[in-house]
Structures are given as C-alpha cells and as structure tokens.
Design a protein around this ligand. Structure first.
Ligand code: KIV
Ligand code: ZN
Length: 388
C-alpha cells in the first residue's frame, strides 16, 4: 500500500532565523535555500518580507533560484504586509502567502485588544486579499495550542470559505501535550465544514521539549504538513526538528506516512546550517549530533561490534554519516579495544589483548577519550613487541 505523503514545510530561514544572534545575510540564505530544495522539502518559508528591506531582498532572490519547492513569505493579517509579500514572491515558480492572526483569548485580549468576531473578520479579509495575488494561501491561527477548539474550528471554517489552502495550527508557546495537540487536530478534522479543501499543518515549538512529539501526534491524527527547521533551531527553545520528524516517519513504516526528503543529505545539511548560523549542534542531538552514532560503554560496544542493530535503530549511512563510532574511554571493554586496534593495524591475540587492556585502562583513567595515536603509545608501553 502506498504511503500518505506528509509535506515538509521548512522554516529555517524565517522562524529558525529568529534565534538571537544568528542573523544570515542574503548570500548565506541563498546557499541554504538551494540545499533545502535539493534535500526535497516541499515548502521553503524564505522570510517575512515586510519586516526589513534585507528580508524582502532575500525572499525575492530565493524565489528566483528555487527550482522545485513552493516559496513562501510570512505576513500578519495586514494588507500592506500581504502586498509586500506578493511583490517579494513575484519570481517564484510556486508562490505561497502565509498570513494569519492570534486566536487565543490571551492574544485577542492583550495583543489586539479586540474580540473574537473582529478577529474572524480580519482573518477572512487577510486570506481573501492574499488570494487576489496568489492561488496558494496558508492561514496561521497563532497560539492555536491555547485556543479553545470550538472557536478555532469557527476560524478555520471561515478562512477555508475565503480560500485558504492550508490551515496552520501553531502551538506557538510549546505548551500542548502530544495527546492534547493530536486531539485538537482530530477535532478540526471532524468538525470543520469544508476541511477536505485544505491541508492541516503542525507548527510546534519546543518550550517543553515536545515539539517533535506534538508534530507526530498531529500527523497521526490527520495533519499532512509539518513545519520545522534544520537542527530544530528557532525562537526560545526552537521549533520541531526536520531531521527528527523525517526519520521518525521512516523508522516507523506502520504509520504509513512518509516525506519527500532525501535523508542521506540530513547530516551535511545540519552541518551547513550550524556553520552558517554560528550555532553548534548539541552532541547528543538526535539524528545529527556528534554522539548520535557513537558508542562508548563496554556493553554497548560489544553489542554493536557483533551486530549494529543491537544498539542502533538507524543505519548511519541513511542520514549521511559514514559509520558509527566506537569511542574508547575508561568504560570501554576489550572488544572495543581489539576492534579499534585492528583498525589502526594491530591484530591482537587474546593474551596480548589482556596485557594491552591493562595498560589501556591506566591511560584511559587519565584521559577523557583514547584516540588512534594513543593506541600506538599504549601498545608500545605494554612492552609486547607487537608490530602493526
Ligand atoms: O509560532 C507561530 O505561531 C508562528 C506563526 C507566525 C506561524 O511562527
Ligand atoms: Zn513559530
């Protein structure tokens, strides 16, 4: 049975770039946009054109070079924003305007000092106006995570009537639990008239570390687009991480969902974004962190050397990492030492290995990690006359 496609909407260059101190210039954004296009993302959110002349230019230039993906520009529910976004997207092969407004009581009361009916009117006006420029209009209900479901359904119904093709349901503050977010998507699927005319989209923030889990709960319950960033970068604790959702869907075929992403480019794309933004990837980051395929304790190393699948659920090559690494530390066992010694040219007998292992432990207690050069030193120090 063929799998249902989940669209990947990459917002590295918009929500991701909102990370303090990580501003990119147009040239850097173009390189990243080209890579995202090759990676296979379906939509590239290139920026927020009205926010600055630099962002306008970036969206305009990205629109010119992207070959496959839809190029999207963000706006508020403000006519001027929409006009500027439409102008920036003029050269895009497939343009999308992403417009919207806050729908939670907190946003309506404190941000807009307005009421629910007036918010619906603004939402309808923004979508109808955007529709006069482009066919593809995505509507975001900001803070949908804390918006009551009945009102959210009314908003969705109204914007679908006005022509919205995608309904973005952001958990803007990263507050929802996966069950709650999944139930929200299910409620909209079941209660919004005309929902078959639009795609529901998950846009989750990571304030409680739940962005990925919430996005997956969303697609399990009927959403068909995930908004995410490379390395999960973004405001505060970040957005849903692209590499995580892609690999979760791939590693769980029984969900019957997949994306168009070429996963072999995930690691190099993560490195590229990290370097351009000057933002390191935490070593224990799932999928793309330096330790994601590194094994350091004796029990795990022994298992992985016998059969990779004992402690690895992903083949590192599938995400563009050459091979898993066996890291030598004071917690490593004989199997790991023999394996690494063999890689640098020493085939040790069982008796030799016992002697070298004693020397190794003394060395490893002094050092955090034992490297290839150290192995030569340890073998010399064990006085066994072993030649490589
Ligand atoms: O988190 C959010 O609500 C957003 C919207 C502007 C889409 O980024
Ligand atoms: Zn966001």
């Amino acid at each position: 049975m063929s799998k249902d496609k989940v669209q990947i909407f990459d917002t590295t260059l918009r929500d991701g770039e909102q990370v303090p101190g990580c501003k990119l210039d147009t040239k850097q954004k173009l390189v990243i946009a080209e890579r995202l296009d090759n990676l296979g993302v379906d939509v590239i959110e290139a920026g927020f054109p009205v926010s600055s002349p630099g962002d306008f230019k970036s969206v305009e230039e990205i629109s010119k070079i992207v070959k496959n993906a839809t190029v999207c520009g963000l706006t508020r529910a403000v006519r001027k924003d929409i006009e500027v976004a439409a102008a920036a997207l003029k050269y895009a092969k497939i343009p999308r305007i992403h417009t919207g407004i806050g729908t939670s009581d907190s946003h309506i009361l404190h941000k807009f000092k307005s009421d629910r009916n007036a918010i619906i009117e603004r939402a309808i006006d923004a979508v109808s106006y955007a529709k006069t420029f482009v066919e593809d209009v995505e509507f975001y209900a900001e803070d949908a995570g804390r918006t009551d479901n009945e009102f959210l359904a009314r908003v969705c119904e109204a914007v679908i009537k006005a022509g919205a093709t995608v309904l973005n349901i952001p958990d803007t503050t990263g507050y929802c639990l996966p069950d709650e977010y999944g139930a929200k998507i299910k409620y909209l699927k079941e209660n919004v008239k005309g929902i078959h005319k639009a795609i529901l989209s998950c846009h989750c923030h990571n304030d409680l570390g739940l962005a990925t889990a919430n996005s997956i709960a969303g697609v399990i319950n009927g959403a068909r687009q995930i908004e995410c960033t490379i390395n999960g970068i973004g405001e505060r604790a970040g957005n849903t991480s692209l590499e995580e959702v892609v690999m979760i869907l791939r590693q769980h075929p029984n969900l019957n969902l997949d994306t168009n992403i070429n996963s072999k480019l995930l690691y190099s794309t993560s490195q590229m974004v990290s370097q351009k933004m000057g933002m390191m990837v935490q070593p224990n980051k799932a999928i793309v962190g330096a330790n994601a395929f590194a094994h350091s304790s004796g029990i795990h190393q022994d298992g992985v050397i016998k059969n990779r699948e004992t402690y690895e659920i992903i083949d590192p090559e599938d995400v563009g990492v050459n091979e898993s690494s066996i890291v030598l530390t004071a917690r490593s066992g004989r199997a790991a030492l023999a394996y690494r010694a063999k890689k640098v040219g020493y085939e040790l007998t069982k008796v030799q290995l016992d002697d070298v292992y004693k020397e190794f432990l003394k060395f490893a207690d002094r050092k955090k990690e034992v490297l290839d050069d150290d192995i030569h030193e340890i073998i010399v120090a064990s006085n066994l006359n072993i030649e490589s």
